[in-house]
Design a protein around this ligand. Structure first.
Ligand code: AMP
Ligand code: ZN
Length: 479
């Protein structure tokens, strides 16, 4: 078996992967901020993390993966207040949607899913530890991390802190490299904002401390792999390293893996730009969950992925080709016998597949190995050279492929139904329409008219007309 190599953002190099405890991998995944539906850019990163865990499992490691849900941050507080909902009520809905979307994309559940608001005490404890070691100061009821006390600050993202104005602070959770600042660990509540009483005063945690506290809670002070999308490198992961290593004096994570962005046009898909598609939107347009998964997995994670409708069609035909091939092997009538050459061909494909993934999860190379096998076997079948006994090794090779890519089993219809999006000849079911109408009503209630219009358009594409009544209600009919 090839040695596993990962590109480590921390060293800037591709390195052999050696876990802390032999046979075990402890990994932390920065999860979503649950103020809206996740978009397929987000899912690009989550699919990469799923490929990573499935691959490590296939290599015999016991994987302990923790994913957080950021269910309190600046935007959640604003949006929940605008919707007149508690933080809990507001985020519950998006957490459920996120978990349903993950299931539709065949993402394996991490061993632990940790909600930030359920770990406030852990965060307060960590801040107190930092204070005891002299890394914090307070100002107007908020607690900040003093980055000048942590000389290694910048080692992950390689930002230059030299010109930084000592004592300059930032309260926002998200900011850019031009704003390298002492950042908020604990924020004093603004009037009317939700807050927690704590030993360090009333307030709420900053985004960065959430991940440090939860990661250490479940994985210990040093873990093997920490991952997320490239946009998290600075400031989020840089700040996580500073807080965690300042508190413990130990390395926080040995390997930092970052997925490149999914682009649409030439731009990064993002909520703030409004240029995003949710999984549900694509599925409602008739795309299959397996096509989305395949597309997101097929481009190696360190390459940008340019999303187009054509690429999604291409992914659908690739999945079809593989499924058709499997059924040809399972149901075809082949002459009796076994050929050593075909068993060797299957072994070679498995080795190439494995070599691709071992090389920093080069999924494109791994897929090329599979499609070469499919082509060669199809040629052998057409020539009558493929024998009945040859099917088993080829199917076994495909099974090991599918342990990672997870697209061969034709269960798209069932996955769509679980999202209330079943497509049958009669069009969407009444229940599915009611669910979308309810979602649109909720969007209108929180004055998210872009989302409400999107849902109306989606329904229109599927032949459903909405009639808004004066009293704020809505009726629907089929065209
Ligand atoms: P957020 O909910 O914004 O914290 O994002 C959740 C995950 O999605 C993080 O790992 C982000 O880095 C990642 N992400 C956000 N936008 C994109 C994108 N366009 N392509 C790939 N990953 C993304
Ligand atoms: Zn995080």
């Amino acid at each position: 078996m090839s040695e596993i190599q990962f590109h480590n953002t921390l060293s800037g190099k591709t390195e052999p992967f050696v876990p802390l405890v032999p046979g075990e991998v402890r990994a932390y995944t920065c999860g979503p901020t649950v103020y809206d539906f996740a978009h397929i850019g987000n899912f690009r990163t989550f699919v990469f993390q799923d490929i990573l865990r499935r691959y490590l499992k296939s290599r015999g490691y016991r994987v302990i993966q923790v994913m957080n849900l950021t269910d309190v941050d600046d935007r959640i507080i604003q949006k929940a207040a605008a919707a007149g909902a508690s933080i809990r009520e507001y985020t519950d809905k998006y957490i459920q949607a996120f978990l349903d979307d993950r299931a539709a994309l065949n993402l394996e559940p991490p061993e632990y899913i940790a909600r930030a608001t359920e770990h406030i005490d852990d965060m307060v404890n960590l801040i107190q530890r930092l204070t005891a070691r002299g890394f914090t100061y307070t100002s107007e009821g908020s607690t900040y991390f003093r980055i000048s006390k942590f000389p290694a600050y910048g080692k992950l993202s390689r930002i230059d802190v030299a010109g930084m104005q000592t004592g300059a602070r930032v309260d926002m959770d998200r900011y850019d490299k031009d704003n390298v600042r002492d950042f908020a660990l604990w924020k004093a509540p603004k009037p009317g904002e939700h807050f927690w009483e704590s030993a360090i005063g009333p307030g709420r945690p900053g985004w960065h401390i959430e991940c440090s506290a939860m990661a250490m809670q479940y994985l210990g002070e040093t873990m093997d792999i920490h991952s997320g999308g490239v946009d998290l490198t600075f400031p989020h992961h840089e700040n996580e390293i500073a807080q965690s290593e300042a508190a413990t004096g130990k390395p926080f994570a040995h390997y930092w893996l970052h997925a490149e962005h999914l682009l649409i046009g030439a731009e990064v898909m993002s909520k703030s730009k409004g240029n995003f598609s949710t999984l549900r939107e694509l599925l409602a347009q008739g795309h299959k969950p397996s096509s989305v998964r395949f597309l997101l997995a097929s481009v190696p994670y360190r390459r940008q992925l340019n999303f187009t409708p054509e690429s999604l069609q291409g992914a659908a035909s690739s999945v079809d080709r593989l499924r058709t091939f499997v059924s040809r092997l399972q149901t075809g009538k082949f002459p009796t016998g076994t050929s050593a050459a075909m068993a060797e061909r299957a072994t070679k494909a498995r080795e190439e597949f494995e070599r691709g993934l071992a090389d920093d999860l080069n999924t494109a190379q791994a897929l090329a190995a599979v499609f070469d096998l499919v082509r060669d076997v199809n040629i052998a079948i057409d020539r009558g050279e493929f024998l009945r006994g040859d099917a088993a090794p080829v199917l076994a090779a495909l099974e090991s492929f599918d342990a990672i890519f997870a697209v061969l089993h034709d269960d798209d219809a069932a996955r769509l139904r679980t999202l209330g999006l079943g497509q049958d000849s009669a069009g969407p079911s009444d229940a599915a329409i009611d669910a979308l109408v309810a979602e649109r009503q909720a969007a209108r209630k929180r004055r998210d008219f872009a989302a409400s219009d999107r849902i109306r358009d989606q329904l229109a594409e599927r032949g459903i007309i909405l009639e808004d009544s004066r009293d704020g209600g809505v009726r629907w009919k089929r065209k």
